[in-house]
Design a protein around this ligand. Sequence first.
Ligand code: HEC
Length: 432
Amino acid sequence: MSSLRTARAIFVSSALLGCDATIEPERRDIGATDASRDDAMGDVTASDTAHPATSPTWWQDVRPLISQHCAGCHSAGLVGPFALDTFADTRGKLAAIAAAVRTRTMPPWMPLAGCQEFRHARALTDAQIETLTQWANSGGPEGDPARPAAIAPVSRPSLEAPRRISLPSAYVPDFTALPTNADDYRCFVIEAPTTQTMYLTGYDLEPGVRAMVHHANLFAVPPASVAALNQSPNGYSCFGGAGLSSARTIGVWVPGTPPARYPERTGIEIVAGSALVVQMHYYRFDPRAAAPPPDRSTFLLELTATSPPRLGQLVGPGVSGFTVPARTRGHVVTGTWMTPSAGTLWGVLPHMHKLGRRIRVTLGDTCAVDVPSWDFHWQQAFFFDQPGGISVRAGMRSTVTCEYDNPRDVPVSAGEGSDQEMCGAPFYFTAE
Ligand code: HEC
């Protein structure tokens, strides 16, 4: 914490001195060439005399940041509740933007820094937060539209010959189903039994109505349980999972992320005769919004019939059968897991429901992930940013610690229901 504060203090004083040393690396991040960087600074000084020379401007500093870190969700028709496409859009949200980035609620990214580095991390750097804050504090100056700073191109890895699997029918979410008056969790059986064993190596989702699809989870249901599934084309209500304890999570999609690829030469087995279930989380930001349109989202699955050299499994510490007592704050539940064999841990998927406040996972003495402010809305898998993953021996201990606040007058039990809680953190694990 103190080092964060120091970094900010240094930034502020160098900005006051008119020295842009601290914003330099950030400008390089967004892909501006040296020439455009120099030009931009020159222009800000020359043309924007109403503001201090170092005050960030829309065209020179803010637009590339918003475009790279916010527009993936805050563009017309996407899941963000408003667009940040233009100067006017963004300027109209100055205070909200400053507050959201300062508290690190936006962009949504839950893991605490300093534990592990993760692939596709969305957190802004301190310098980027400072740029947006200073821009807001100086009233959101426009700068010179004739000399915009370059916007880094977004590179999206593509899936190889993905199979497209759509929801069985167009579904109109029922936002009155839950007390939030804003959410509907709906499960659909999207593929009747597969005829041959396949391996999932990557996936993506094409939301039907992007503005409504907050996240989507994919499950494989083993053949023995397929008969128990509700195969209605309109799906069934479900919250924490697919509603069947035998269902295994095989993919988790959140908006604004590139197609998911399991680490190289690994994949998840879907045995012949399994069914796939997709859980959609539909969401509306404004409870007074008009009736929702029907959604028919499509999962893109990269499947292969040949087994990859290493099979991935989602296994790890979890706790069942616990109760969060009524009217408690900071109730702690812990669970442990031992690595079943030597192998590799590639990522981790922390999971709680809405009363969860904090979740931490350790591996031996190492921090695997630490989420200090849990937000059920933004749960996702976090893949370690290490080329070979984390190597483990057999019998290494991993611990998950979940903390809950239960303001209700009734105790809350463990389970998949929206009025129940969960505590778990499966790893994406491959045996040696
Ligand atoms: C991954 C998608 C995503 C990204 C990236 C994203 N947002 Fe959001 N934003 C949302 C959604 C969805 C909401 C609605 C609230 C929620 O679900 O958390 C939201 C809400 C907001 C709000 C309303 C206040 C609040 O905290 O609820 C502000 C302001 C905001 N975003 C600003 C930004 C800015 C600025 C960036 C980039 C620095 C950004 N967002 C990046 C999806 C995103």
